[in-house]
Design a protein around this ligand. Structure first.
Ligand code: SF4
Length: 656
């Protein structure tokens, strides 16, 4: 693999990318320190008692750092009171000030807390959604202006030993960066690197970097590109990972795990924050579950050794690009591969499938009076039933996978397809004319098997693993298939045993979501024993496809986690909006607590519901304001009317 492709130590084993160690008070970050966990307060920073109480709840939930918003000088000053009271109560957890625009607030905060976070998209740079053409000299002039205004903060940080996070956000890039790079991962990376270079000119290296986005695909690409560019400049600053505006509940957890988990699998990340539209103390347990998985995987030194990539004989980009999403082409086999969306396979092999009710949890409803099936948007595409033949009329959209020995005796059974092992397939003389599944892992994927299947148009691989580094192993297998020219569709399968429902959700999202983000595969199969209900498992599968934006089956909510700026009860309002709009498949709705940062952070939402003042809401269509300052009690209805006016509304389907 050529050096320009590097963004991690090893594509096929877990190997942590060791970064420069940065002191954040007494709790250092990066290097071989554990991956740190943090969260952020949602209280008004001027409410000292409320903020201190919430900080304590956050610390007790397992956070190593607490971030507090400081939008203006007053809040920045009040950090001193908050810190004193926390220390008096026996908590020495380092504090981080979250700054958006104002240098004087940042410089004040840097004298008080252990770390300051700035957003290079709006710290002394402009974000007015203006399209300005910058030539080289006006671009340079602006950079020089930023330099002058930013250096005083760097000097304070140096003097007080305060760390600095340069945190770029997709959606809040400055007009200047947008004019040159567009709203792209490269724009995010360059936006941060411009500030980092200024820090380095001042010999300041206590830096942490983040590249957040609400779209995990963009977020993962941006972090990888950042590491790639850092390596080219001999930098190794620690990474703060996060998916912004991930939302709440299952969707928020899946989206966070797909983004953060994919990078952790790459060995990247020194601290994480899971941003949920829930009370902040719910974030650390999710973050801990994500991170704990890697504690026992050990560390490898940053060697970038040839052996780590020796299975790749050509430049990585001739196989796939980790910096741009591109779906790997595959053949169309019945409803799998080709231009079809990724498929969901449900495992019913441990259950009795005797009547239609066995399919209810998988999105199929049988109406007895109408004698017909209703198929929901989130209906599994195939079921695996082991040795069971289905004794009733199955829905038209559903296929049944059964063990090949049983299939051979029932080959005429409609829409029942055989599952072979790698060895039984090679030896088999009888195949289904349209669709055959081959269950394999990396050790059974022989050259003979690849050669036998490459020319066939009726086979699909089910790729399994029981490796601790399962994602990396499945990635290696897929790269091997690309290298051999195979276009046989691939379904990635993972098995989980006795996990808590939330852990199952997070691990499956990490393991399978990361492969889908690489553009690999044509479907997923999650098999779980003693973890959760079949309905939850089905929903997790569709959630992973939604979070990777490979198959949209529901409304998407981009809702901010709230902070001291929030102008309404985000959790309550998100629930209300969700209640009215959750049937609008594919529509993206941003729900943002404040007008200062909300519009920028909504990224690619189709509609925006943004707090404009106390009791006032402003509605957006894309980035355009369409209704200003609506009383909050009328705003949800106004949002519904707006969606109707733009033709994106459909009436809720009535279940029969
Ligand atoms: S958008 Fe939400 S989280 Fe971001 S600053 Fe505004 S209220 Fe706070």
């Amino acid at each position: 693999m050529e050096k320009q492709d590097f963004y991690c130590n090893d594509l096929v084993h877990y190997s942590r990318f060791i970064t420069r160690e940065v002191a954040i008070g007494a709790v250092s970050l990066g290097g071989t320190n554990p991956i740190r966990i943090q969260s952020m307060t949602t209280t008004d920073t001027m409410d000292t008692a409320g903020t201190v109480a919430q900080c304590i709840r956050i610390i007790e939930s397992g956070c190593d750092y607490v971030r507090i918003t400081a939008p203006s000088l007053n809040e920045a000053k009040n950090l001193d009171q908050i810190k004193k009271q926390l220390r008096k109560s026996g908590f020495d957890t380092p504090l981080i000030a979250d700054i958006h625009f104002t240098p004087n607030a940042a410089e004040m905060a840097a004298r008080i807390v252990e770390k300051v976070r700035i957003n290079p998209g709006n710290y002394v740079d402009k974000k007015k959604f203006e399209s300005i053409v910058y030539d080289d000299s006006s671009y340079q002039y602006e950079l020089e202006r930023i330099r002058k205004k930013f250096i005083p903060l760097v000097k304070v940080c140096k003097e007080y030993g305060t760390a600095l996070r340069v945190g770029a956000n997709h959606g809040s890039l400055s007009d200047r960066i947008m004019s040159r790079y567009g709203d792209t991962p490269l724009g995010m990376v360059e936006s941060a690197l411009e500030f980092i270079r200024i820090c380095e000119e001042e010999n300041f290296y206590q830096i942490v970097i983040s590249m957040k986005a609400s779209n995990p695909k963009v977020m993962v690409q941006a972090y990888r590109l950042l590491v790639n560019k850092m390596l080219a400049s001999q930098m190794n600053y620690p990474l703060h990972l996060g998916v912004t505006e991930a939302g709440e509940g299952e969707d928020g957890r899946i989206k966070s795990a797909v983004g953060i988990g994919s990078l952790l699998e790459d060995g990247l990340g020194d601290t994480i924050r899971v941003s949920l539209t829930e009370d902040p103390e719910f974030e650390a347990p999710v973050a801990k579950t994500l991170v704990n998985r890697y504690n026992k995987r050990g560390y490898n030194i940053n060697d970038m050794s040839p052996t780590a990539f020796s299975f790749i004989t050509d430049p990585l980009k001739s196989y796939y690009s980790p910096f741009n999403y591109e779906k790997q082409p595959s053949k169309e086999v019945v409803t799998i591969g080709g231009s079809h969306v990724p498929r969901i396979i449900a495992d019913l092999s441990q259950r009795l499938v005797q009547n239609p009710s066995a399919l209810f949890a998988l999105g199929y409803r049988y109406s007895v009076p109408n004698d017909k099936w209703n198929i929901l948007d989130m209906a599994a595409d195939y079921i695996f039933t082991g040795d069971q033949i289905i004794p009733f009329e199955i829905p038209g959209a559903l296929g049944v996978i059964i063990n090949s020995e049983v299939w051979e005796q029932n080959a005429e059974k409609e829409r029942h397809y055989p599952l072979f092992t790698a060895s039984t397939f090679v030896a088999s003389s009888k195949l289904h004319p349209a669709l055959n599944f081959i269950h394999t892992d990396i050790s059974n994927l022989s050259t003979e098997l690849i050669q036998k299947t490459t020319s066939l148009n009726n086979v699909v691989y089910i790729v399994d693993t029981d490796s601790e580094h399962g994602m990396a192993e499945q990635r290696a297998l897929f790269i091997k298939l690309i290298g051999s020219g195979s276009k046989v569709p691939v379904i990635f399968k993972r098995n989980y045993v006795n996990l808590e429902p939330e852990a199952l959700q997070l691990y499956a999202s990490t393991d399978l979501g990361s492969l889908l983000l690489d553009g690999f595969g044509d479907g997923i199969w999650i098999s779980a024993e003693g973890c959760t209900t079949l309905a939850n498992l089905n929903s997790t599968g569709f959630g992973i496809l939604q979070a990777t934006r490979t198959r949209i089956s529901k409304t998407e909510y981009i809702s901010c986690p709230s902070c001291g700026r929030t102008l309404f009860n985000l959790q309550e309002v998100t629930a209300k909006i969700r209640h009215r709009t959750q049937h609008l498949k594919g529509v993206k709705i941003g729900i943002m607590g404040c007008i200062v940062n909300g519009p920028g952070e909504m990224a690619d939402a189709d509609y925006g519901y943004v707090g404009a003042g106390v009791g006032k809401i402003t509605l957006y269509k894309g980035k355009e304001v369409v209704k200003k300052n609506i009383p909050s009690e009328e705003a949800v209805e106004a949002l519904v009317n707006l969606i109707k006016a733009y033709g994106d509304w459909i009436d809720e389907p009535v279940n029969q």
